[in-house]
Design a protein around this ligand. Structure first.
Ligand SMILES: *Cc1c(COP(=O)(O)O)cnc(C)c1O
Length: 377
């Protein structure tokens, strides 16, 4: 392997993906330390992170807590599914993409009784239908939905669904993996009992853990529910509360980097400031891609500013693998599509990227189309 060097050090490729993402140099530098897992500084840092994450959800520490969980985002999702559905409970999953489907699969592996409310990938769920499903089946104890379905980039109406779930006894779980920290969420106002995101998405840390925002009241009622040892949400919470420590080896370096990432988020103006940068990335991308002749998969009004799915051009010279390779050689990493009924690729607007990176990507795409002999119009 031949790493590329520049005057300022190693030059990394720019990641226009759904994660892991491009992170700041200072976030990466924060990791150049070794801290013991029982060190006072480390215990203080874990507490700081947990409290700050609750604040980002516009919630009070008397009502909500953060449970940090080793592993990628999926581990946090599985912790919630396996630890918060009662042994005889029934889960309703609202599905309009691959991540909703993953929640269903998780429940199936765990042998949890599950019903689904499914929508096409380019359609948002209809809250009235969620209400009808809950009214029609009083056995439903838990409801789960994805906030930004990263499959397409669609934003689901978590507040309207939360209002409906709040009228029942069911608990409400939101997979906000790709939105938390960049799309405002008010945990109490949305009636959210559990929300999951991870270190390496919009908060711009490095991979290594996920976090669960939990309503303390709901969490404390889940004793005996967990179906696994390591993903036991209540036990992990109790451990963190008792002595500030993880039950098993914590990703210390990732957590130190995450504290730095949270400080950089605050310096950028918090969730609103970060959302503004990402929205500007998105608008720059859309304007440029449209100029090149690309069409997006979703209707404008359903689209968030997190990630965008573009349809493959109809020109026979367009091959996604070659397109990807060309861009990769130019040091820009995009992402394959995940939509089941259309050929798409995805471009993320998140991570430590700004307008100039998006413009450089657009120029590289234009050059690539010429190299491939693809004509869009
Ligand atoms: C990224 C993502 C996940 C999965 O996270 P991993 O870190 O890959 O386990 C789950 N749900 C959504 C909505 C995501 O964007």
């Amino acid at each position: 392997m031949q790493p590329k060097a520049t005057i300022s050090g190693w030059k990394d490729k720019v990641l226009f993906t759904p994660g892991p993402l491009t992170t700041s140099r200072t976030v990466k530098q924060a990791m150049l330390r070794d801290l013991g897992s029982r060190d006072f500084e480390f215990i203080g840092l874990v507490k700081e992170i947990r409290d700050e994450l609750v604040k980002l959800g516009q919630a009070g520490l008397d009502e909500y807590t953060t449970v940090l969980m080793q592993g990628s985002g999926t581990f946090g999702l599985e912790a919630v599914i396996s630890s918060t559905v009662p042994p005889d409970g029934k889960l309703l999953v609202i599905v309009n993409g691959a991540y909703g489907k993953r929640l269903v699969k998780m429940a199936s592996v765990l042998k949890i009784e599950t019903v689904t409310l499914e929508y096409p990938e380019n359609t948002t769920p209809i809250p009235e239908q969620v209400e009808a499903a809950l009214n029609g089946d009083p056995g439903i104890t838990n409801v789960a939905v994805v906030h930004c379905e990263t499959t397409t980039g669609i934003i689901n109406p978590i507040a309207a669904i939360g209002e409906i779930v709040s009228k029942t006894k069911a608990t409400y779980f939101v997979d906000a993996m790709s939105s938390y920290g960049a799309v405002p969420v008010n945990l109490p106002e949305c009636g959210i009992d559990y929300l999951v995101s991870s270190a390496n998405k919009c908060i711009e840390g490095v991979p290594g853990f996920s976090f669960v925002l939990a309503r303390i009241d709901a969490l404390e009622k889940t004793a005996g529910y967990s179906r696994t040892l390591s993903l036991d949400l209540l036990e992990q919470y109790r451990g963190l509360e008792k002595n500030g420590q993880f039950r098993f080896t914590p990703p210390t370096h990732t957590l130190i980097a995450f504290r730095q990432a949270l400080a950089e988020l605050e310096a950028e103006g918090g969730v609103a400031g970060r959302g503004d940068r990402y929205r500007h990335n998105y608008e720059t991308l859309m304007e440029g891609m449209q100029r090149l002749g690309f069409k997006e998969y979703l209707a404008r009004e359903d689209q968030g500013y997190i990630i965008t799915s573009f349809l493959y051009p109809e020109d026979a010279n367009f091959q996604f693998e070659a397109f990807y390779e060309h861009l990769n050689e130019k040091d820009y990493v995009i992402y394959p599509g995940k939509v089941s009924d259309a050929d798409c690729f995805r471009i993320g607007n998140i991570g430590r990227i700004s307008e100039s990176d998006v413009r450089a990507l657009l120029a590289a795409i234009q050059e690539t189309l010429i190299e491939m002999g693809v004509k869009l119009r």
